[in-house]
Design a binder for this molecule. Structure first.
Ligand SMILES: Nc1ncnc2c1ncn2[C@@H]1O[C@H](COP(=O)(O)OP(=O)(O)O)[C@@H](O)[C@H]1O
Ligand SMILES: [Mg+2]
Length: 255
């Protein structure tokens, strides 16, 4: 594998996976790295998050996942320097079923993107534990787990770690968790504090020091088809994601 592939994953929806993918990728590209976003969610929120309208057909992450197209032919430039994307289309929602009967069904993505040369490929994963996510975990070296600071945050995390462990035991023994990211932290809500404290006590240094606050500029930005780090560089949301990019790269150096 020539690129460092990072899956941004949590089986829950609405926890900040796409927001983290889009903004971390943009912030890291801004530092001068060559970055690719692979939108593996049929919803295509990372695609529209870069102002790219959703198309149809195999010239997309669907075709790449199923090995129907050369990924180099479907990569689009974004308006961010050094940041490209493989967009998603709704066709991807059939991929689980289509993969099911195939013999290398766990390895399709890895085979497809193995020759791409980027510093980092960030994979925006769909919710759930279907074959799309098994392919993402198999094709990745690292994982980032966004965790929303709310009551049920920890619920389901054990199941995610079990899945990661079984992927390690079978198809991808070197898979590591780069970090758990606390998102949508609301400092006016004591529950946010309690959840963050619990998660840190349990997972210690696995949790990024950087916390992403709940910040309305983040959701505004996505509705304008822009990462918040471009839409409003001075917002707390943008500042936090830029800080996360620094912390992420420092963790990379420390390894
Ligand atoms: N830190 C944040 N503050 C405010 N809104 C956020 C924040 N992070 C994400 N959102 C919003 O919450 C919703 C879900 O986030 P998203 O990144 O799409 O989650 P997922 O990809 O895990 O489903 C989106 O509308 C997004 O704009
Ligand atoms: Mg998403």
């Amino acid at each position: 594998m020539k690129s460092c592939v990072i899956a941004v994953i949590n089986q829950k929806g609405g926890v900040g996976k796409t927001t983290t993918t889009v903004n971390l990728a943009t912030a890291i590209a801004a530092i001068g790295k060559k970055v690719l976003v692979l939108d593996l969610d049929p919803q295509g929120n990372a695609t529209t998050g870069f102002g790219i309208s959703k198309g149809r057909g195999p010239r997309s992450s669907y075709g790449v996942l199923l090995g129907l197209v050369d990924p180099n032919e479907v990569i689009l430039e974004t308006y961010v320097n050094d940041l490209s994307i493989i967009p998603s289309t709704i066709d991807l929602s059939a991929a689980d079923v289509e993969l099911f009967g195939q013999k290398d069904r766990d390895c399709k993505l890895k085979q497809s993107i193995g020759d791409l040369e980027y510093d980092y490929i960030f994979v925006d994963c769909p919710p759930g534990f279907g074959l799309i996510n098994i392919n993402a975990l198999n094709a990745s070296q690292k994982i980032i787990i966004p965790l929303q600071c709310e009551f049920y945050a920890l619920e389901g995390l054990a199941q995610l770690f079990n899945t990661i462990q079984s992927v390690r035991n079978t198809i991808n023994k070197n898979l590591i968790v780069s970090g758990i990211l606390l998102t949508m932290y609301d400092r006016r809500n004591s529950l946010s504090f309690t959840v963050a404290d619990d998660v840190r006590r349990h997972f210690k240094s696995l949790v990024f020091s950087t916390v992403i606050p709940r910040n309305v500029r983040i959701s505004e930005a996505s509705s304008h088809g822009k990462p918040v780090v471009i839409y409003d560089m001075k917002s707390m949301g943008a500042i936090s994601y830029i800080e996360l990019a620094r912390e992420f790269l420092n963790r990379e150096l420390a390894r």
